[in-house]
Design a protein around this ligand. Structure first.
Ligand code: HEM
Length: 205
């Protein structure tokens, strides 16, 4: 298994980061929805917020590594033979997910920094995450908190929608188009694609 990406394969680091980010993103959506619906007095609310902030900061770090790795090493080409609209949809969904996963932690950090409660954040109970100074001291804290909270929630809904589209597309590639898009993100080799199927047929004839 290779470490870095090539034109037709993902390296082990890209594959590991992809599935780790996917699992953490799903967990964050669930934790976010649950914690914001619990009463403030519930004994689970405070720990859930702390876990949410800890995993959120981790996700930001993982996404930054993913982005640098992708920019430095490139990614495998999209499968040949996709219609221009399909390629456009794939690139837009990927860019949207990257943007959301990088911006969401920042908006969450703004919400926490502008909160009137001023609760300190200790990531995983160990690493202190300071509040953003100019947000914490701003006279417009309340407005900033409302706006950042709104953006955070809208991005969560948009992220969930893009994730569903992304999963549906992966299944379409695998079961309908029968190419290797899903398999190569599982670290497996090429199965078949319309192109390889054609080659196989012409070889048999
Ligand atoms: C990719 C990372 C993140 C995801 C997917 C995510 C997801 C969510 C979701 C789904 C909610 C519930 C929204 C609602 O139903 O109204 C939420 C709320 C919240 N999140 Fe995050 N979050 C992320 C990162 C962060 C980070 C890093 C922080 C803080 C450092 C944070 C702080 C908060 C706070 C304070 C709330 C409740 C306040 C509010 O928006 O009303 N989040 N998050």
């Amino acid at each position: 298994m290779q470490l870095s990406n090539s034109q037709d394969r993902y390296g082990i680091l890209s594959i590991a980061l992809h599935w780790l980010v996917a699992a953490l993103f799903l967990a964050m959506l669930a934790i976010g929805v649950v914690m914001t619906r619990l009463p403030l007095t519930d004994p689970l609310t405070f720990p859930l917020y702390q876990i949410h902030k800890s995993i959120g900061a981790t996700l930001f770090f993982l996404m930054a590594v993913r982005l640098v790795w992708r920019l430095a090493g490139g990614v495998p080409d999209l499968p040949a033979g996709l219609a221009p609209l399909e390629s456009f949809a794939a690139r837009t969904t990927h860019a949207g997910l990257y943007a959301i996963l990088l911006v969401m932690p920042l908006t969450g950090w703004v919400v926490v920094s502008a909160s009137p409660f001023g609760i300190p954040t200790l990531l995983y109970g160990v690493v202190p995450l300071p509040h953003i100074g100019f947000v914490e001291t701003s006279p417009d804290k309340a407005t900033i908190e409302t706006a950042a909270s709104w953006v955070h929630t809208v991005l969560a809904a948009l992220g969930a929608a893009l994730l569903s589209l992304h999963v549906a597309a992966a299944l379409w590639h695998h079961f309908i188009r029968r190419d290797d898009v899903l398999m190569r993100m599982l670290g497996r080799g090429r199965i078949h694609s319309p192109e390889t199927d054609r080659e196989m047929h012409s070889w048999k004839e």
